[in-house]
Design a protein around this ligand. Structure first.
Ligand code: AMP
Ligand code: MG
Length: 447
């Protein structure tokens, strides 16, 4: 087809679609009237960030737990304590390859020790009876009774079956020995519930014989991108008036990076019937629903009405924050958490990190730690009385203090500039001027 003919055809379809959409909008407004929604539910509107946090806290329920094999447990949240099945070390553990003998003999002037035997790691130790003798011993072996000192191989000279100890050393009692029970006693709690299992915690669990661990079940999360203007990532010839959709990819990636495995993403156009059917289906299959777009005041922003129609009870809609003002949170009939984030990519990502991820982590049992703070490296004018989420690049100064360099985006649609940032700081509502050195809570894109 000739290019101009194609453009004419596209314009025709665009206009036709707009007309058609106008009719659908009218029908939808009578199907899902905004007024009914507001009268029927006790949704709080245009609330502070603190109030939104409180409402989320009040709506929090824990995800159930399940057992997983140790090899699958990394990144999961522990729900039952890991305790010591015996003391550690369970024996006096030698920490250097060398010889072991009685320190009293050295102190009495002896420098030559007959090597009675060699003890390997893992070998049952027999007591050393002869105070004039020593044992050759390896790292990891149990120190035999009758020995209270280890001298490393670097400090001895071996002549046949005799070890000669240098005169320049001054060995101490139990040197190079990791003493029995010096780390922890039997029954001690080593890893507490609420901990995300990292390499150290997995190692500890293995050492006390936890082949299976009880952890939080991972929630099933559905991400839904809404919008008629959105085309698939694979689209090559994107019409000039449309855009590739990116929020669903970004949000799903952020969720997966936090260890969530069951995350699906899909796209629904601004069509109330289809949105209702899709939302109802996804709600019945998911623990958490995250929508983006269609939650503001536009004629085709159907999300609040549709959520109401499928039985979601909205707790709040619109938060006194920038970006991300249109945010909506509600609960499905079976207690599913439903977050409707604005469509603007910066707003969507900020809302996910500020509200969705913390809520999911608390529901998985993670203890909320006090937020990390970073000091603004220059004065900043927030130009709003709302809470301001400001993208920043972090660094440390020469004293080790964490600094945040403001990297405001062009608009909440300018997501390319987020790539150069590490996260965002939260600037409190009610003031605009923030001096250099102002310490603000920091949320990082990755931990
Ligand atoms: P909305 O909240 O639906 O009014 O969308 C606000 C802006 O965000 C519009 O410019 C949309 O085109 C854009 N937007 C919405 N959803 C997405 C998405 N999934 N990916 C990229 N941009 C989006
Ligand atoms: Mg939209």
């Amino acid at each position: 087809m000739k290019p101009d003919a194609r453009v004419r055809l596209e314009v025709f379809f665009a206009e036709y679609t707009l007309d058609y959409k106008g009719l659908i909008a009218k029908a939808a407004n009578s199907l899902f009237p905004e007024r009914t929604r507001l009268q029927e539910s006790a949704v709080e509107e245009f609330i502070s960030v603190e109030r939104a946090d409180n409402l989320l806290q009040g709506a929090l329920t824990s995800f159930p737990d399940e057992e997983v094999a140790l090899g699958e447990a990394q990144g999961r949240v522990l729900r039952v304590p890991v305790s010591a099945d015996r003391e550690h070390p369970p024996f006096n553990r030698v920490m250097m390859d060398g010889i072991a003998f009685r320190l009293g003999s050295f102190e009495a002037g002896r420098r030559s020790f007959r090597i009675e035997r060699t003890i390997r790691a893992g070998e049952r130790p027999f007591p050393l009876e002869d105070p004039e003798a020593c044992v050759e011993i390896m790292t990891g072996a149990a120190l035999p009774a009758g020995c209270d000192c280890v001298v490393p191989v670097e400090q001895i000279r071996r002549v046949d079956c005799v070890a000669e100890v240098s005169n320049d050393i001054s060995p101490k009692t139990m040197q190079h020995v990791h003493r029995q029970a010096s780390d922890y006693g039997r029954g001690e709690v080593l890893v507490r519930p609420g901990r995300r299992l990292d390499a150290a915690a997995i190692g500890v669990a293995a050492s006390v014989g936890c082949a299976v661990l009880r952890v939080s079940r991972l929630p099933k999360v559905a991400v839904v991108a809404t919008g008629d203007e959105l085309v698939d990532v694979t689209e090559v010839d994107v019409p000039s008036h449309r855009i590739r959709r990116s929020n669903d990819s970004a949000l799903a990636a952020a969720l997966r990076l936090r260890g969530l495995k069951d995350v699906t993403a899909c796209h629904v156009p601004d069509d109330p019937e289809r949105l209702r059917d899709e939302t109802a289906r996804l709600l019945s299959e998911s623990d958490v629903l995250v929508l983006t777009g269609g939650v503001s005041m536009g004629a085709f922003d159907y999300v609040p009405r549709v959520l109401h129609a499928v039985g979601v009870k909205a707790l709040f809609h619109k938060v006194r924050q920038r970006p991300g003002k249109p945010l909506l949170f509600g609960l499905g009939r079976e207690g599913q958490s439903v977050f409707a984030l604005p469509g603007n990519p910066v707003s969507a990502l900020v809302c996910l990190y500020r509200y969705v991820l913390p809520q999911l982590e608390k529901a998985m049992g993670i203890e909320a730690a006090p937020p990390e703070r970073a000091a603004l490296d220059r004065a900043y004018d927030a130009r709003t009385d709302l809470t301001c989420f400001l993208p920043v690049r972090v660094s440390t100064d020469e004293t080790g203090r964490l600094l945040a360099e403001p990297r405001p985006t062009n608009s909440s649609g300018d997501f390319a500039s987020l790539v150069g940032t590490n996260g965002f700081v939260e600037l409190e509502a009610g003031r605009r001027e923030f001096p250099a050195g102002y310490a603000a809570p920091l949320i990082r894109w990755s931990m």
